[in-house]
Design a protein around this ligand. Sequence first.
Ligand SMILES: [Zn+2]
Length: 317
Amino acid sequence: MKNSLSIGIDLGGSKILGGVVDSTGTIIEIQRISTSDESGIAQNTIDQSGIEVIHDIARLINEFSARYPISSAGVAIAGFLSPDRKFIGINPNIKKLENFPIHQHLVAATDLEIFIENDANAAAWGEYRFGAGIGADPMAMITLGTGIGGGIIIDGKLLIGASGKGNEIGHLPVVDQGEECGCGARGCLERYGSGNALIRSLQRIVHGRESSDNRWDDQIEGSEITAAALSGDKDALLAFDEIGRWLAVGIQAVSTMIDPEKIIIGGGVSEAGDLLLQAILRAHGKINPSNQLPEILIGKLGNNAGLIGVSELARGN
Ligand SMILES: [Zn+2]
């Protein structure tokens, strides 16, 4: 339906973001529910938390459906999904929902057909339809949050893969026998180029000095490092240089494989904007001085890319 309203829900490690989105990608209403305190999914403490999260999502969908003429609903989820998108697979972020038949539960609780997709794939679709990647094909998206997500669009379609795990750019192997990753493998890009890696990098830089100053405590947030880097803090800039080096390796690999027209970078770490892009481009110049990279852009939809993208996928566009 051309002007129909669609619901988009983005289930992350610590929050549920839900919104009603029109067919131009504009959010009509948005609500946010924190899950880390109430249900414990982030801390992984309460057995019932999987069901509680489903109840929260269903309640949001039913509430929106009661107030708007809703035609479709989609849910974007961090982590691996089964190829048919009916079950949650290995999920380092939301352990209590591993192997959970999420589609069946949500359909039963809402009386709506529910479209389910990985959150980075959904974000890629959002940017492709309405954001920084409009018309770019192939297009790759890299979401830099606590972990790294990826989405690839080829011939106007999301690449899903034979077992549903296509696009997982965060799990590109970049170090042989490297650090252990939440996916069970070693040396994944996510261990070296994510928001969590940015924090570990800064801690190494500060602790590696003989006379350590105390500007940074052990509970550093990625957003604080971004703010410091943007105001010229040398340690924070070095930490960005370090993740930039690893991201350049990952981007080089993606570019070699699919030769994208554009690569879009989203997620919380992308709020560093040009500073992050420059760190990646400097590193790329050293890795492969003669090779031109595709255009790399920061996403336009910010934290709402997944919600907007999955609402559009649910609509069938
Ligand atoms: Zn991994």
